[in-house]
Design a protein around this ligand. Structure first.
Ligand code: SF4
Length: 344
């Protein structure tokens, strides 16, 4: 399913405080909260460009960057009324909002439902109370668990955002978070490694030696394990890592430290693909000087080769194959490969 989003950024709107890692102004490249009139103008300009997303199966206006359901209800309704006009015109199908887990009670859900919101993205971040405490999130894991259950029961599509490398997270907490989260069956997940933005509490902790971010290698390795766990439940991970450049999504502009890479998500998917292939091959016991043929979905071809060809080189070495042939096969599910050994 492809989703087309017309984004509206409301940096820190409704947030009761700043979480230690967060600077939405920098992430979204928009320092202040736009008024309802600003949103009306921006959406009008956005749609004037002819952008419609006809090719997508779902088209939405999304309010990102803050805690939407913690805004005054009248202000929520004013923003939603602007978006709902585009739903009535048939230019988008529905509305999406992002918010905090403790702000999704029955009244808040019913307000969203009344205005045509179909998707709620919940900032879960971690399901470890100790990590949440050290991150000063201001809510418990149980708040996220209940919010996801309530929103799903009320018929919303539910997305969950989780972060890797938060203070107090030694990797194990991220893996446990992924497992617990999957048991709640969110409809999709976003996965972000923590990066340190200038001006945040985390930047202060970094400078005073109280926080050390994940290295790029550790972040890729951990994200691949978390991705593997989530995908094993059939739950799609729709985004891995911040964007590297300004654009229609969270960006890594202004990062002081942390695992930033222009193709972080690609590195993670390459790593997971490699690990799955290596696992499958380890059961084969190939003879030297044979050719290993890999049939893969055409869209996975780049994952087999890996960043700068590293996956293919590694696979050639560990498999003992004389060479590896990669064949496109649309019948092979994405993320998987079928292998066979052929006499050279
Ligand atoms: S992480 Fe979410 S709740 Fe925390 S400050 Fe940022 S936008 Fe607000």
């Amino acid at each position: 399913m492809s989703v087309w989003i017309a984004p509206v950024f409301l940096p820190h709107a409704g947030c009761p405080h700043r979480c230690v890692f967060c600077d939405q102004g920098r992430i979204w490249g928009s320092p202040s909260i736009p008024s309802v009139e600003d949103v009306r103008d921006r959406l009008a300009r956005f749609f004037e460009t002819g952008a419609r997303g006809f090719e997508a199966s779902t088209r939405q206006i999304a309010f990102y960057g803050g805690s939407f359901t913690m805004l005054e209800p009248s202000l929520q309704e004013s923003y939603l009324a602007v978006a709902a006009a585009y739903v009535r015109k048939g230019w988008v199908d529905s509305i999406r909002v992002s918010t905090r887990p403790e702000a999704l009670g029955a009244d808040q859900l019913s307000l969203l439902r009344r205005w045509g919101v179909a998707t709620i993205e919940i900032g879960v971040q971690s399901l470890s109370d100790s990590v949440l405490e050290q991150t000063r999130r201001g809510h418990k894991a149980q708040d996220s668990i209940e919010a996801i259950k309530r929103a799903k029961k009320a018929g919303f599509e539910v997305g969950a955002q989780i972060m890797l490398g938060l203070p107090g997270d030694r990797g194990r907490e991220s893996l446990l978070t992924a497992e617990r989260l999957c048991s709640l069956r969110p409809d999709f997940v976003r996965l972000y490694p923590v990066v340190v933005f200038e001006g945040t509490e985390l930047a202060f902790r970094l400078r005073s030696g109280q926080y050390r971010p994940l290295s790029l290698e550790d972040a890729v390795s951990l994200a691949a394990q978390v991705l593997d766990a989530i995908e094993s439940y059939g739950i799609p991970v729709v985004r891995i890592g911040l964007l590297h450049a300004p654009g229609p999504g969270p960006s890594s502009e202004g990062v002081l430290a942390g695992p930033v890479h222009p193709a972080f998500g690609y590195l993670v998917r390459c790593r997971l693909y490699l690990e799955r292939l290596a696992r499958a091959l380890s059961s084969g016991g190939p003879a030297k000087r044979e050719v290993l043929r890999l049939r893969v979905h055409p869209r996975d071809r780049c994952l087999v080769y890996g960043h700068k060809g590293t996956n293919l080189a590694f696979l050639t070495e560990v498999s003992g194959a004389r060479r590896i042939e990669v064949q496109n096969d649309e019948t092979v599910p994405k993320g998987r490969a079928v292998h066979e050994w052929i006499r050279a």
